[in-house]
Design a protein around this ligand. Structure first.
Ligand SMILES: O=C(CO)[C@@H](O)[C@H](O)COP(=O)(O)O
Ligand SMILES: [Fe+2]
Length: 217
């Protein structure tokens, strides 16, 4: 079954705990936590203190998406609450070492690439990851439109996974909704991040069910 990871970037931060409980009860598979530093991307969001505060209120694994420069400095802090930590290839000078650092903290390592980065940039480290996250928007903000030109990269990563006999998950992030979800899964995606398509709806269960149903059509 397709996994759904609600991005709390689009939640109401004044009642974040309730928002997380609601998507947990609605069947969320991961809670997607977007961490932005105002340098790697032009926005500032959540730090480790918020991730620590969320952790004890939910049984859903935290999928922490680091959109920050020098992620190595902050990995030990996020490792206290995260089940998965993803780092951008574009932000890592020593990507292989950073992925090993994440695993050394007993957290699943994942790698992310922006829409403008070719799949080839991460081929040499696919053996090191539990998850590949493909951005279908330029990172920094929720509510943007899905960039369709990324779709062939989903299929490419899925093909390499099979050829190399690996079993990492493929996650898609940005502009995922009922219309774009099936395009992702048809091409090999296992996990769909959705922020505005879930939190902008009053009935979060209905929103998650609809995305999952259309993803599996
Ligand atoms: O990482 C990011 C944005 O940089 C995402 O996780 C967004 O938060 C997804 O939001 P929607 O496009 O689903 O509204
Ligand atoms: Fe994200």
């Amino acid at each position: 079954m397709t996994k759904i990871a609600p991005s709390i970037l689009s939640a109401d931060f004044a009642k974040l705990g309730e928002e997380i409980k609601e998507v947990e009860q609605a069947g969320a598979d991961y809670i997607h936590v977007d961490v932005m530093d105002g340098h790697f991307v032009p926005n500032i969001t959540i730090g480790p203190l918020i991730a620590d505060a969320i952790k004890p209120i939910t049984d859903v694994p935290l999928d922490v998406h680091l959109m920050i420069e020098n992620p190595d400095v902050y990995i030990p802090q996020f490792a206290k609450s995260a089940s998965i930590i993803t780092v951008h290839q574009e932000a890592c000078v020593h990507l292989h070492r950073t992925l090993q650092l994440i695993r050394s903290h007993d957290v699943k390592p994942g790698v992310v690439i922006n829409p403008g980065t070719p799949a080839e940039a991460i081929k040499p480290i696919l053996t090191e990851v539990d998850l590949v996250l493909l951005m279908t928007v330029n990172p920094g903000f929720g509510g943007q439109s899905f960039i369709h030109e990324v779709v062939p990269k989903i299929a490419q990563i899925a093909a390499w996974r099979e050829e190399m006999n690996l079993d990492f998950e493929i996650e898609i992030d940005g502009g995922v909704n009922e219309e774009t979800a099936p395009i992702c899964t048809e091409n090999g995606a296992d996990v769909l991040v959705a922020g505005s398509a879930i939190f902008n709806q009053s009935d979060r269960k209905e929103a998650i069910d609809q995305i999952r149903k259309s993803a599996e059509k």
